[in-house]
Design a protein around this ligand. Structure first.
Ligand code: UDP
Ligand code: MG
Length: 318
């Protein structure tokens, strides 16, 4: 293959939101690894509307290093979309690596990913051995989420304890980019595409600087996104609850009739009446809420807006 200036074997995609503190050390460690691997490469830094000096830091890197491409989004769009923007701008002809900027995914693991990669494998994902520096509650919720999504996945197998950190082939990226939905649960979309995969274990490090932009509320919403984009099972909950409640009601109805015939009607039952009414009210509201989650997503998808807008794209100079 003849090398033209813009052709790369591998693109490394790094979505960044307020990462000024870690960006230069990240880039140092990344370049050291990429140099050793010995394929031609670029790194695509996506500035996802950072409020700090992340963009300046990126420009500094680009001036010093010809491997640096910058995609500056017009505002903050969230990690999943920033990552998509990076994939759209990746020029790597052989493969693409997705990694977080905060050094929780150690760049050194990239060497292992590449080593485990061959022509028969389209995805080499980095699977967490440990989660250092994360609370027991976060570990527990993450564990529960991965197990739940596994049961709901509808044949789409999302590997547990795996983030977005992975190496994927050009063929996989091209197919992934066909999926333009607005509610993007990237891990799920990667898994939806399929093709042969392989895992490499690694130890997830604690964040080096800055802070995680995901609190429990946003993690909960992220989990909802994951569930609603891959399963309509929550919609069926209403059906089955209704069915069970109807059967129980009929039985209870017979019991009331029989009891009245046998023992007369002493007119009591205010507490049980209240309990039933409140319970039914709760079930109905919850079911409407679940339907609402899906209707809202249909609404967002039908608007068909572009996923993101780019303020400026500056490709790597070599
Ligand atoms: N990120 C982003 N846009 C956002 C939030 C996060 O591009 O709106 C990036 C962030 O800079 C980092 C990666 O996504 O490179 C993962 O974010 P974070 O470390 O906050 O998530 P966590 O590791 O806690 O899941
Ligand atoms: Mg992180």
């Amino acid at each position: 293959m003849t090398e033209t200036s813009s052709q790369k074997d591998i693109s490394v995609i790094v979505p960044c939101y307020n990462e000024e503190e870690v960006l230069s050390i990240f880039h140092q460690r990344l370049s050291a690894v990429m140099q050793k691997i010995g394929m031609s490469w670029e790194v695509v830094y996506v500035n996802d509307g950072s409020r700090d000096q992340t963009l300046t830091a990126m420009n500094v890197l680009a001036n010093r290093d010809k491997h640096v491409s910058i995609v500056n989004l017009s505002r903050n769009f969230g990690k999943e979309i920033a990552l998509t923007a990076g994939l759209d701008h990746a020029r790597g002809t052989r493969g693409v690596i997705v990694i977080d900027a905060d050094l929780q995914d150690p760049p050194e693991v990239i060497a292992d990913l590449v080593a485990a990669w061959n022509a028969d494998v389209d995805t080499v994902y980095a699977q967490r051995n440990t989660r250092e520096g994360e609370s027991a509650l976060k570990k527990l919720t993450a564990w529960m989420f991965y197990r739940l999504i596994k049961r709901l996945g509808n044949k789409v197998v999302i590997p547990p304890d795996t983030g977005d950190f992975r190496l994927v082939s050009r063929r996989l990226v091209d197919n992934l980019l066909l999926l333009r939905e607005r509610h993007r649960f990237m891990k799920g979309l990667f898994a939806w595409v399929g093709f042969p995969t392989r895992a490499v274990l690694y130890d997830r490090a604690p964040r080096t600087g800055g802070k995680s932009s995901f609190n429990y509320w946003s993690l909960w919403n992220f989990a909802l996104e994951g569930i609603t984009s891959f399963s309509v099972l929550p919609l069926q909950i209403g059906t089955y609850m209704g069915l069970i409640i109807s059967i129980l009601s009929v039985l209870y109805g017979f019991w009331i009739v029989a009891r009245t015939l046998l023992f007369g009607n002493p007119v009591a039952g205010y507490p049980s009446l209240m309990a039933v009414i409140l319970f039914m009210g709760g079930v109905q509201l919850m079911t409407i809420g679940i339907i609402g989650e899906y209707v809202g997503r249909i609404f967002n998808e039908t608007k068909n807006r572009p996923l993101y807008l780019v303020e400026k794209y500056q490709p790597a100079s070599e």
